[in-house]
Design a protein around this ligand. Structure first.
Ligand SMILES: *Cc1c(COP(=O)(O)O)cnc(C)c1O
Length: 465
């Protein structure tokens, strides 16, 4: 059972335990689908990111990317673990302030900010608004003038750094929708001088993409930023105070490799990516250290990790609600039957499983110790043919079958692992399905309900009739 993580995901009496708590007991108490988060694991993951401090020779600021999961209890946990925050909307900024992040702990990203959002960011006086275009800089200047407060800004650059991740997760290319060219940035530095009354351009920002499968892009990106920092200083006199390297550190979704051969090679590699942020930054820092880097001592390096903080800290518990056997329609496999399992966890709570064909390893939570060698066709509850745990288009991006113990029947509790990122942050009430409960296992072992399951009444809450 290579998915086991000591002191976190283990097996006791044949049941999956999370921080020592039985997953089956949680499912019985809160029903399913329910997401379970580990406070201990979140803190462990933040500490793993803070370890970057040990390999670089400048200040470090870790800003958890709220979009990965902005449940209030998760934000509180992240804050208590010593992380700052990256937000992407007025709503995330509101949640950040509400949970108690101080303005200087917050940075604000995004391509389509409204004047209202910019005003909120400027009035709060956050660490930096990450500006996406020259047009947005003009807007920031206008709002700053209006509210009578100088805005801290960093410029998001498209560095043209290619990574091998999923096309929807690549963000550093000119063909992606994000950021401005460095030429545009230089023009901005000239137009808004270092002593500009309204706009304080104090940083450069880039983000190479999500689930970046190897370390090299971080080296390329840091070298790029350092080179541009110098160019900006030489050509415009701006002395920048921070460089923001973005997020995208990978999570190993394939610790259990039993199905690695059942998906295409590219995806198997992507999902099995495994390196620590400190290792990537160590390599990146060494690459620039050969250059004279003493002028970097006063720089703050920002990181914006989302997935690597929260993905493996979240488990989705689901129940088999229906089962059937049907003749397999796979060509060349006559007389073969498929055993189908229909769960209560669909793409309305795990959207990436449909949009990006994301792999979440599936195990039996109540027979965790038994051999997982029997293949099943697994699908979710939605009235939608795309709500399946395999690649319906046949591109092999997901395995056709999942491996579970023999004779799985309705009412068996299953667990999908590594479900903490981009899951409950993207959930929706398709088919009028009640959104799930979320619990957090505290460091002291207490199980705290941090989001109650929707009631039927919740399904009506914004409708007017
Ligand atoms: C999504 C995003 C992140 C977080 O990416 P992860 O892969 O979750 O670490 C960080 N920065 C920016 C600008 C993003 O868009």
């Amino acid at each position: 059972m290579t998915w086991i993580i000591k002191d976190f995901l283990e097996i006791e009496n044949n049941q999956l335990t999370i921080d020592g708590v039985s997953a089956v007991e949680i499912a019985e108490k809160y029903s399913t689908p329910t997401f379970v988060f580990s406070e201990k694991r979140i803190k462990h993951n933040i500490a793993r990111l803070q370890a970057v401090k040990d390999v670089i020779d400048c200040k470090l600021k870790v800003c958890y990317a709220a979009k990965a999961n902005s449940n209030m209890a998760i934000l509180r946990t992240v804050k208590e673990a010593g992380s700052d925050l990256e937000v992407n909307s007025g709503g995330e900024l509101f949640k950040a302030i509400e949970i108690g992040f101080r303005p200087e702990q917050i940075i604000f990203n995004g391509t389509s900010k409204t004047e209202q959002e910019l005003e909120e960011a400027i009035v709060w006086g956050i660490y930096a608004i990450q500006c996406d275009s020259v047009y947005e800089l003009e807007l920031i200047e206008k709002v700053s003038r209006h509210v009578g407060k100088r805005a801290n800004v960093s410029l998001r650059i498209v560095p043209e750094i290619e990574t091998a991740t999923h096309p929807g997760l690549k963000t550093a290319m000119n063909s992606s929708k994000f950021g401005m060219t460095f030429d545009d940035a230089l023009k901005a530095f000239t137009r808004w001088a270092a002593d500009d009354e309204h706009v304080n351009i104090c940083g450069l920002h880039l983000h190479v993409g999500s689930q970046t499968p190897n370390e090299e892009p971080y080296t390329t990106a840091l070298m790029f930023l350092v080179e541009k920092l110098r160019e900006v200083a030489n050509e415009t006199g701006h002395q920048l105070s921070h460089l923001n390297l973005g997020g995208g550190f990978p999570v190993n979704y394939l610790r259990d490799k039993s199905l690695a051969n059942a998906m295409n090679e590219e995806n198997a590699e992507l999902f099995a990516s495994d390196f620590t942020p400190a290792s990537a930054l160590n390599a990146a820092w060494k690459a620039i250290a050969e250059d004279e880097n003493s002028d970097l001592k006063n720089i703050t390096l920002l990181l914006e990790p989302g997935r690597s903080v929260i993905a493996d800290a979240g488990i989705c518990l689901t129940t088999v609600r229906n089962a059937k056997s049907r003749e397999s329609k796979v060509e060349g496999q006559v007389n073969k039957t498929d055993n189908w399992l229909l769960t209560d966890a669909g793409f309305n709570i795990l959207l990436s499983m449909e949009t990006y064909k994301w792999y979440y390893h599936l195990i039996s939570a109540q027979r965790a110790d038994e051999a997982h060698e029997t293949p099943y066709k697994v699908a979710g509850p939605l009235c939608d043919g795309g709500d399946v745990y395999f690649d319906i288009e046949g591109h092999g991006r997901l395995p056709d079958y999942r491996l579970l113990p023999e004779n799985v029947e309705p009412n068996e509790i299953l667990a999908l692992l590594n479900c903490g990122a981009y899951s409950i942050a993207q959930m929706f009430q398709y088919n009028a399905r009640q959104l799930p409960a979320v619990v957090l296992i505290k460091e002291n072992g207490e199980v705290e309900l941090v989001r109650r399951r929707d009631s039927y009444q919740d399904l009506l809450i914004n409708d007017i009739w």
